[in-house]
Design a protein around this ligand. Structure first.
Ligand code: FES
Ligand code: FES
Length: 154
């Protein structure tokens, strides 16, 4: 039986869950961690972004069978890193979301960027966030909030 650690809690995946089941389905349907969203299902929108072993992945594209025993997954509900906290505080301060649907994926990608690069330029931000689409076009506030979080972490 596969074992995962999701937001540091052990999860035993029931025998019989098909190996091609996307991680996104396990998170949302089985574990009720609905902060991670289903947008496109084809790795184009970033709404389903979570961390696998600390790195952002598109959970709609990660089949259960590809996960090693004890794989560590972090979702928006478990984003407790200082970068994640700074990003979330900046999101609130600058009132970034509109409908909100894309935003947990945006926050996960933004926190991953700051974990690697504490002083991202606009170009760094645009590159790092290019895979996270927002139908409400909140891109200007997203960029401002990443700079705000970077200042808070300095
Ligand atoms: S739902 Fe996974 S990238 Fe769009
Ligand atoms: S805030 Fe609506 S899709 Fe991004």
């Amino acid at each position: 039986m596969p074992v995962l650690f999701v937001n540091k809690e052990r999860v035993d995946i029931a025998a019989g869950v098909a190996g091609d089941t996307p991680l996104l389905w396990i998170l949302r349907d089985s574990l009720k961690l609905t902060g991670t969203k289903y947008g496109c299902g084809v790795a184009q929108c970033g709404a389903c972004t979570v961390y696998l072993e600390g790195a952002p992945v598109r959970s709609c594209q990660v089949p259960l069978s590809s996960l090693k025993q004890g794989a560590e997954i972090t979702t928006i509900e478990g984003l407790k890193s200082k970068e994640g906290q700074a990003i979330q505080a900046a999101w609130v301060k600058l009132d970034v979301p509109q409908c909100g649907y894309c935003q947990s994926g945006q926050v996960m990608s933004a926190a991953a960027l700051l974990a690697k690069n504490r002083r991202p330029t606009d170009a760094d931000i645009d590159q790092a966030m290019a895979g996270n689409l927002c139908r409400c076009a909140t891109y200007v506030r997203i960029r401002a909030a990443i700079h705000e979080a970077a200042r808070a972490l300095a």
